[in-house]
Write a protein that binds this ligand. Structure first.
Ligand SMILES: O=C(O)CCC(=O)C(=O)O
Length: 505
């Protein structure tokens, strides 16, 4: 195997040079020409830049499938090394390998170059770690070595290079794309559009009238100026305060110090994100070092006391982490305050499903690209011609974004970031939330609480008790507004003077 490694890397180096000179003179828009110079180059064609950090990239030399056709005489060792399994798609091969434990993956890796590449696919090892080592693990440069170090402490993982062997003739779009998405920098054109309304120092009435009532996003500046968190919350402070406290990180709990160890080393397509709804109970000082901005103080779920669904989260993650397209839970609105770092936001109104996003008819599930960066690569361009342009911005430390209910949103951290977000229900949104909680599939839709089916009745009763008559008043107001809207529509279509469309037979 070692002899093999040195031969292979020579071949790769030669090929890399050849491809580079070819590409310079070509302006094809196929996937192949975009990506063929991927191997540890800083720049890809067409403005793609690869990350420059020293973290290993675990490519094993996988090339996009199109390169097979421009490398005459090349045989795809992906197929020869899989034997009869070669007819399966890459996803299926990986699904099957996902059923195996670490030992069997390790044995299979010795079967052929193809099995070596597939069994070293990092997400397989990530799943093994997250599923089997949820009592704690120390990230060790790669998920595979993390798993091996935890399961076989006597084995010296440092003796095996983390980036592993390189295979010269393995072609797979699926595996290549996974590697590319983990290593791609955000393109400047993905960050340029900034069309959100920004406001500083507006009154609560102004906010309600111009943004909350019409359900429109706004970026608020200057309203965190007196937050202690804005002064204090950096890594050193947080490590001193709660370095050994466990926070929710994806499907596992991790000590903050271990999460930072992971996020310092990691370079993967979907970095684990620290997103903890119980942070203020775990570390009360964190809860006391910020306050809800005046615009969002009416929070009617509060009437449920301890039975309210999860509503506040501390969020931390490295560059590239974030939240893929979703609508916020239970039809609530939200605010998100950046304390450190910066976040790119893309928001679509409730009646526009973003490109590349496919919600199920009942809204309970959403199919979307594997990662945020994949969405940018494959779908961001489509928003240029989309019927309703998204609202976009970069939200920086000290700024807060208001996310109105029902809006689709995607967020990616442009640098290591720390934020607080809260979801809330005010009078402006109460009827929407009650309607949502009453849907026939509430059991699948409602989230953040165990008692999903009964939440509607509990909430409605608690509101009736704390604010008698409020729901009736809101219903009446909503009906009046609807009637008014109907009226003004008919006024406009029947009044030829206003120049609107007029019926004629
Ligand atoms: O990653 C983030 O900061 C955004 C979080 C978010 O979208 C949400 O809480 O709904």
């Amino acid at each position: 195997m070692l002899r093999c490694k040195s031969l292979l890397s020579q071949t790769i180096n030669k090929k890399r040079k050849k491809n580079k000179s070819k590409n310079k003179n070509k302006n094809s828009n196929t996937r192949v020409s975009k990506k063929q110079n991927y191997e540890e180059e800083e720049d890809c064609e067409e403005g793609f830049n690869l990350k420059t950090s020293a973290a290993p990239s675990h490519t094993h030399g996988v090339q996009p499938l199109g390169n097979l056709y421009i490398n005459p005489g090349s045989i795809n060792s992906r197929n020869t090394g899989l034997g009869n399994l070669q007819t399966l798609t890459d996803e299926l091969v990986l699904d099957i390998l996902g059923l195996l434990g670490g030992t069997h993956l390790g044995v299979l890796a010795t079967v052929s170059k193809s099995f070596y590449v597939f069994t070293n696919h990092e997400p397989l090892w990530r799943n093994l770690v997250l599923e089997n080592l949820n009592a704690g693990f120390l990230y060790n440069g790669s998920w595979k070595s993390t798993f091996v170090a935890a399961c076989y402490p006597s084995f010296d993982v440092s003796s095996v290079g983390v980036s592993g062997l390189r295979v010269s003739d393995f072609y797979s779009d699926y595996l290549f794309q996974s590697w590319l998405c983990a290593n791609l920098e955000m393109k400047p054109e993905w960050l340029q559009r900034d069309n959100i309304i920004r406001r500083k120092g507006i009154s609560v009435e102004d906010f309600v009238l111009n943004f909350e009532e019409p359900n429109k996003p706004v970026l608020l500046e200057g309203c965190l100026d007196n937050w202690v968190a804005l002064q204090n919350w950096d890594r050193d402070y947080l490590l001193r305060l709660c370095g050994d406290v466990q926070f929710a990180v994806g499907p596992v709990d991790m000590k903050l110090q271990e999460y930072f160890r992971y996020s310092d080393q990691v370079r993967e397509e979907r970095p684990l994100y620290l997103f903890d709804p119980k942070f203020a109970e775990k570390v009360p000082k964190l809860g006391s070092e910020y306050e809800v901005p005046a615009y969002f103080r009416e929070d009617l779920f509060g009437v449920l006391g301890n039975e309210r669904p999860d509503y506040r989260w501390i969020i931390m993650g490295p560059a590239g982490s974030g939240s893929s397209f979703h609508i916020d839970p239970n039809s609530t609105s939200a605010w998100n305050a950046v304390i450190r770092g910066s976040k790119k936001w893309i928001l679509f109104p409730p009646d526009v499903v973003p490109p590349g996003v496919h919600p199920s008819p009942d809204g309970a599930e959403v199919a979307c690209p594997v990662s945020i960066i994949e969405w940018f690569m494959n779908f961001y361009g489509a928003t240029k011609n989309w019927e309703k342009k998204p609202i976009e911005c970069i939200c920086k430390a000290g700024e807060v974004i208001f996310v109105p209910n029902g809006w689709w949103h995607l967020v990616i951290n442009l640098e290591e970031s720390i934020a607080i977000t809260q979801n809330f229900v005010s009078r402006r949104n109460l009827l929407n939330v009650l309607d949502f909680l009453k849907r026939p599939n509430a059991n699948a839709l409602v989230s953040g609480t165990r008692d999903r089916v009964n939440l509607h009745d509990k909430f409605k009763n608690a509101i009736e008790t704390s604010f008698p008559g409020t729901i009736d008043q809101l219903v009446q107001k909503a009906e009046e507004k609807k009637a008014q809207q109907k009226q003004s529509f008919w006024d406009s279509v029947t009044d030829s003077k206003v120049g609107a469309f007029k019926f004629s037979f």
